[in-house]
Unconditional design. Structure first.
Length: 172
């Protein structure tokens, strides 16, 4: 009987074992298999709010942000999020955008990718590429809870925007 990598991780998860996940051209990343198997896949953004002590939640990218978060069984991750009503921004071959259009469009967009590891209820995103070049080579720590098909992530310091955020994702 031949098992795929995903089936092997899921089998290890059912036994509560740790799985060693090797990303291509990267060192092995130890991931608790039970959490790793549970988060593997594509997630669609449902909400993105500034996590504050007030009762009124303030949306980060408006009331209807869009985005995807992808975790692979091989230890790779990618996050792309944006406000649905961003300022017009032409593709590079189109008409040149103004400085204000560039600034406003970028202010309502976030994208990065790299590898990840899970330790307990924390996921660590090791950034290889990012729209914000100062994030390349850094690690972003996130706290998460998983309930059925809902993944809730809370950002932890250091923060991209200087405040903590709560993101709710639904399995895509």
């Amino acid at each position: 009987m031949s098992l795929s990598r995903k089936q092997l991780i899921e089998a290890a998860a059912s036994l509560g074992l740790l799985a060693a996940v090797r990303a291509p051209a990267a060192a092995a990343v130890a991931v608790p298999a039970s959490n790793a198997a549970a988060v593997v896949g594509a997630w669609k953004l449902e909400s993105f709010v500034i996590d504050s002590s007030t009762e009124v939640e303030k949306p980060r990218f408006g009331l209807d942000p869009v985005g995807y978060l992808i975790y692979t069984a091989s230890g790779r991750m990618s996050a792309t999020l944006m406000a649905t009503h961003r300022t017009k921004l032409e593709s590079p071959k189109g008409a040149p955008s103004t400085f204000d259009e560039l600034t406003q469009s970028l202010a309502n967009f976030l994208s990065y990718a790299g590898t990840y590891e899970i330790r307990g209820n924390r996921v660590f995103h090791h950034i290889d590429v990012s729209v914000f070049t100062n994030l390349v080579g850094t690690t972003l720590e996130r706290e998460f809870t998983l309930s059925g098909d809902t993944l809730t992530i809370r950002t932890l310091p250091p923060e991209i925007w200087g405040t903590s955020n709560r993101l709710v994702w639904r399995r895509a």
